[in-house]
Design a protein around this ligand. Structure first.
Ligand code: ZN
Length: 131
């Protein structure tokens, strides 16, 4: 089963918890044992699994990447001024694969699926495949 949904970021840098949307799709697929791929079709945003119980974990992640990859010094900035966003998105990657058991995502207590935008606010497309 493959489907997609859209989320809208509100800020330039933002981590959005998309676990509930993905879990609903996995429930509907009703797979006994398999995998769920969560993938975004964008070059300046990423998908990661991390804690969202303390929302500061994601703020810290955004801050850490900001320290590693400063704004405004990249060749691509001459094109559309978002060189840092492309680099950060490439470091985290566009997707995650999560085991599925009995129609549920196999996630740890502190794990959430986060869409991380580095060039918002934008509409972001998330493609979910369950097999
Ligand atoms: Zn660009």
């Amino acid at each position: 089963m493959q489907t997609e949904f859209h989320v809208r970021s509100q800020r330039k840098y933002e981590a959005l918890d998309i676990t509930a949307q993905v879990a609903a799709i996995v429930r509907e697929a009703n797979t006994a044992e398999g995998l769920c791929s969560v993938y975004i079709t964008h070059a300046t945003a990423a998908v990661v699994i991390n804690e969202n119980d303390d929302p500061n974990v994601c703020v810290d992640l955004l801050d850490a990447l900001d320290r590693m990859v400063p704004e405004g010094i990249w060749r691509h900035d001459r094109v559309d001024n978002n060189g840092a966003a492309h680099i950060k998105a490439a470091i985290l990657g566009p997707g995650e694969t999560i085991p599925v058991r009995a129609g549920k995502l196999v996630l740890g207590t502190w794990q959430a699926i986060m869409l991380v935008d580095f060039d918002g606010p934008r509409d972001r497309r998330v493609v979910v495949t369950v097999r």
